[in-house]
Design a protein around this ligand. Sequence first.
Ligand code: XMP
Length: 511
Amino acid sequence: PVLVVDYGAQYAQLIARRVREAQVYSEVVPHTATAAEMLDRNPSAIILSGGPSSVYAGDAPSIDPALFDAGVPVFGICYGFQVMAQALGGTVEHTGTREFGRTEVDVSGGRLHEELPARHPVWMSHGDCVTKAPEGFEVTASSEGAPVAGFENVGRGFAGVQYHPEVAHSPHGQEVLRRFLHEIARIRPQWTTSSIVDDQVARIRAEIGDDGHAICALSGGVDSAVAGALVQRAIGDRLTCVFVDHGLLRSGERTQVERDFVAATGVNLVTVDARDQFLTALAGVSDPEEKRKIIGREFIRVFERAARDLKEKGDAEYLVQGTLYPDVVESGGGTGASNIKSHHNVGGLPEDLQFTLVEPLRLLFKDEVRRVGLELGLPETIVQRQPFPGPGLGIRIIGEVTGDRLDTLRAADAIAREELSAAGLDRDIWQCPVVLLADVRSVGVQGDGRTYGHPVVLRPVSSEDAMTADWTRLPYDVLERISTRITNEVAEVNRVVLDVTSKPPGTIEWE
Ligand code: XMP
């Protein structure tokens, strides 16, 4: 793999994704990993990422110079560029000229910037800068605040840039990374979707063996669907997928799993109809946290029962989980079996059930998961699905959850989704919760009569990762169609309101 050394900023995962976009497999390692540990992994190149430190700070993370003697190509970015310059005998200075944000660089020759415009914009974020490149290096870029903004020593496979090539604000950045990987480090681009599928299928087969059985909980979401489809590809009928209908699903979601997912994969599916059980457990409850707890608890009860049945029949020793690579990195895990720890209880199953976890997506980023899903023949409706919370519509009814209220919300939600899709807006919005204010009534007039109905809230948001979000400026004509249709077609609703709050301060969901 290409190892991306994480110096503590937000950039390492993004760099790893960009490397994979150049069809080269990459992994993130902490900067505390020793040179020996990194070299043990047999890296095809090492990328030193940006970080918040100054190389002069007492506690600045550094690098073991032995890394540069191993014959492994190295690329330094931002802080990593300075660390590299210093370790190889160049000069890094605190000149007092800082550059933040969009900056023009002038490039001159070199392999990294070949064929790029002589002057082009990049994204900078630095206080210190390299004032003298190490011996044997050609300086290939400079900016006003950074006399050495790029250097390379093609013979040794070393290069680096002061700016951030991985961010979208550096429009030629991906090209620069690609040139380092393919031309300077001479790595062959082999990480393609079909190779990912082949690799993972082989891995799962090896893990589960020739007669092991597995179980997978389908949530209707992308990750569990792709995880299930991959394992099905690997072990066929020895996988059983379990889908719990808790009655808090949106319109069409059960069909999507029972019909579309099964048609695409041929998977063994067991649907557990637990709608009454959930409604009974939720009766009289309107506190959001209590609702969430009840839904989580009942879900585990239902799934545990199904799992126990399968286990007793000898039809499950393995439990499939859709853990993604960012979760693995964030929980401090690398690859390798010794690191499967923090996600042990993701399924919430009790220890005495003793399943061995299979995590077929633990090396993949979300966009890769989607591509793998398409490659496995899953429909776009599943693969491009927007996020939907596990507790479902239960946390989109403000007040007690009842069967009638769920029907009302389901109808309104279906209209909003239909109109947003018809307007071609699915890719522009992250998600658009529709929330029923079940304890609020307002006066309206419809036809000749007075109404006293409930409002629904539209909550369209744009986001990169759901950590922060902005409300989406939907076109007025789309809002108008949604509003008119909901008030005409959904009897209990006489008012449609728009949530124009960003996150923070508002969360995406209302509960
Ligand atoms: P908030 O409301 O915290 O939501 O801004 C952030 C994102 O997480 C989703 N969400 C959940 N997803 N189980 C989930 O699987 C949950 O309990 C849950 N709660 C919120 C939400 O839809 C949004 O995408």
